[in-house]
Design a protein around this ligand. Structure first.
Ligand SMILES: Cc1cc2nc3c(=O)[nH]c(=O)nc-3n(C[C@H](O)[C@H](O)[C@H](O)COP(=O)(O)O)c2cc1C
Length: 294
């Protein structure tokens, strides 16, 4: 299988898990050996613990999933202590990418600097699709100046490569260019799409926050188009995230210009999907990475 390099990091194959769909690694341990993947992305961590949103948090549609988890997590302090004490990632033998978010710009920078001291962490993914409490809840990537500031400062403070995950609710090409200019090692295209569901019997919104993130097979054609457009406009690697449900889908994203892939929602349906995608890509492309279509 062909390797992919981002800076000094070597990915033995292009397949990774997507943040928030792999927990902190535990749910998938009974299904496969993580060393079979190029890498895994952990659930987004914030400086303080978050309880997340009230239920319901998930809602299925015919070809996709709405989620309103609200970044529930244990907080960075607990994670950091555990990693320093137990060094859990050593036995995973794959690239571990830590996903970070916060309430304000400084949170990303502070956590990025602390990640550099954690054993077994290969890179950071900044989840810029979460709300900035000081900007009335607009997401951090709604403003290109904020993207530049957060990414450049996080890079200055961290010894690790920084990936930047963007939201399709904002101009992905513009934000990817800004992330590249600020020094990002890669951009992840993209986070979930804005969605909603209404309970017609109760005449109310399904989710307490009205809106939710939409993912799964329904978003794949949009994600593919975004990956194609962004990968033509930046020189840094594009990591594809959106609706991958099979090895064939993964191959499409590589031909569209992605260098790495993340498997999210469909891993809930088929927990072994990520390793099946690796097998398919190995058989289909062999040892040579495909040339992206022009
Ligand atoms: C239940 C759920 C939780 C998610 N949590 C996060 C998260 O914590 N951080 C993040 O960056 N993305 C999160 N995402 C987005 C996924 O990482 C992924 O970018 C998105 O779902 C699109 O890929 P998919 O269609 O393969 O799921 C979450 C998605 C789902 C379905």
């Amino acid at each position: 299988m062909f390797e992919t390099k981002i800076g000094q990091i070597v990915f033995r194959n292009p397949v990774m898990t997507a943040s928030g769909t792999f927990g902190m690694g535990d749910p998938f341990r009974d299904f496969y050996d993580y060393s079979q993947l190029g890498g895994v992305v952990l659930k987004t961590l914030t400086p303080r613990p978050r309880k997340g949103n009230p239920p319901p948090r998930l809602y299925e549609t015919p070809a996709g999933l709405l989620n309103s988890i609200g970044l529930e997590n244990e907080g960075f302090d607990v994670f950091e202590r555990e990693v320093l004490e137990k060094n859990p990632f050593a036995e995973w033998k794959t690239n571990v990418i830590v996903s970070l978010a916060g309430d304000e710009e400084g949170d990303f920078v502070q956590l990025a600097s602390r990640c550099g001291k954690l054993p077994g962490v290969s890179a950071i993914e900044l989840n810029l699709s979460c709300p900035n409490v000081h900007a009335g809840g607009a997401t951090f990537d709604s403003e290109q100046e904020a993207v530049y500031r957060i990414v450049s400062e996080a890079i200055e403070q961290s010894s690790l490569p920084v990936f930047v995950k963007l939201s399709p609710q904002h101009d992905l090409v513009r934000n990817a260019r800004v992330a590249e200019k600020a020094g990002a090692a890669a951009v992840t295209i993209s986070n979930t799409y804005l969605g909603m569901a209404i309970d017609i019997h109760r005449k109310s919104f399904v989710f307490a926050r009205k809106f939710a993130g939409f993912s799964g097979p329904a978003v794949k054609p949009m994600a593919l188009a975004h990956v194609y457009r962004v990968s033509r406009e930046v020189n840094i690697p594009v990591i594809a995230s959106g609706g991958i449900a099979s090895g064939e889908d993964a191959a499409e994203f590589l031909l569209a210009g992605a260098r790495l892939l993340q498997i999210g929602t469909m891993g809930f349906v088929k927990p072994t999907l990520a390793v099946e995608v690796v097998d398919f890509l190995e058989r289909f492309f062999g040892d040579v990475a495909p040339e992206p279509l022009s």
